[in-house]
Design a protein around this ligand. Structure first.
Ligand SMILES: [Zn+2]
Length: 331
């Protein structure tokens, strides 16, 4: 039976957007962990915003071991840490821009250290665009104020064109993070998979045993729909088989096709809305069966971003659905 975890992003993401600069309201990391433990999750993936807001990545080793014990006492495990860079706009550990890559590398390695101290096996991140550049700030202006705005670059696995030089840089920097992870008994799971062959070749070129894939379920599905206009099942199980043992982490989200996207009244191009796993059109049973087939032993991590439904409701409904689908798929 697969263990299920929840990515705390949903708790950090309030209707106004991210929580802002500092922990606030009921959606702190502390609240999120308690809520998820109470709902019955086995594990949690701590979101990058929570890592930044709580200054978790700046804590001492002693503080970390106290925190680790406190979290274990709640009956929940930190199974993954998200090192996405969007709380730090214009940071990219693969950037050609020196300041941007310095910021990105410091952040990413800081989270790998944190994972090592927490005994967390997985650090996941997107491979950011090499073209992202550091923002020129006014003297004394903290970067956090600019969170969430500006160009984030073509992320989320959308097709993109890289020069050979940029690809070389990405291979070198991702390799640096993977090696850094390996030395600390951590796995560096990049949330990239499309196009499949690009990323398979990329991983081969990096050549580190600590470099693996975090497969985002809904993303595979919605991308087939966005690019081809049809869902060609079994696209999800195929993606699982293609990557096989490279998959060490999953993000479980679901999508539904809608006819229009409010507040736009007119027809938009192939609109989809995000729903909790099991409430949309992704074939989760086939997906979980394929995971079983390849011998996957990791977590199924629910990732929800809906800001119009309280996170507690999303988390408890998602857990019910996940447990039901897991038992249907693993009979
Ligand atoms: Zn994801």
């Amino acid at each position: 039976m697969y263990k299920v975890s929840f990515q705390t992003n949903c708790y950090a993401w309030v209707p106004k957007g991210y929580t802002g600069l500092y922990p606030g309201g009921e959606n702190t990391l502390d609240y999120s962990l308690r809520s998820l433990a109470k709902i019955g999750y086995d594990g949690v993936e701590v979101d990058c915003v929570h890592i930044l807001d709580t200054r978790l990545w700046m804590t001492s080793k002693e503080q970390r071991s106290l925190l680790k014990k406190a979290i274990a006492d709640l009956g929940i495990e930190v199974e993954a840490l998200s090192a996405h860079e969007w709380p730090l706009p214009y940071a990219s550990f693969t950037s050609v821009d020196e300041e941007s890559s310095k910021l990105g590398m410091e952040w990413t390695k800081g989270i790998i250290d944190l994972a090592s101290d927490f005994g967390t096996r997985i650090v996941t991140t997107h491979v950011p665009n090499p073209q992202i550049r550091a923002l020129k700030l006014l003297p004394g202006m903290p970067r956090g104020f600019l969170r969430g705005i500006g160009e984030r670059g073509p992320i989320f696995g959308k097709p993109r064109v890289y020069t050979e030089e940029e690809r070389g840089l990405m291979i070198q920097r991702v390799g640096e993070c993977a090696d850094y992870s390996k030395d600390r008994d951590v796995i560096f799971a990049i949330e990239e998979y499309s196009p499949v062959n690009f990323w398979k070749d990329f991983i081969k070129a990096v050549g580190s045993s600590a470099l693996k894939i975090n497969l985002h379920v809904g993303r595979v599905w919605t991308e087939t729909y966005a690019t081809k206009g049809v869902i060609e099942e079994p696209s999800l199980p195929e993606a699982v088989r293609e990557f096989g043992s490279l998959i060490v982490h999953t993000h479980c989200m679901d999508y539904r096709i809608v006819s229009s996207m409010p507040p736009f009244t007119g027809q938009t191009t192939r609109p989809t809305i995000e729903v909790i796993p099991g409430a949309g059109e992704c074939d989760y049973i086939a997906f979980i069966k394929a995971l079983k087939e390849i011998g996957y032993e990791g977590y199924l991590t629910v990732e929800c971003h809906r800001s119009d439904i309280p996170p507690e409701i999303q988390a408890s409904q998602a857990l019910q659905n996940m447990r039901r689908m897991i038992s249907q798929a693993t009979i």
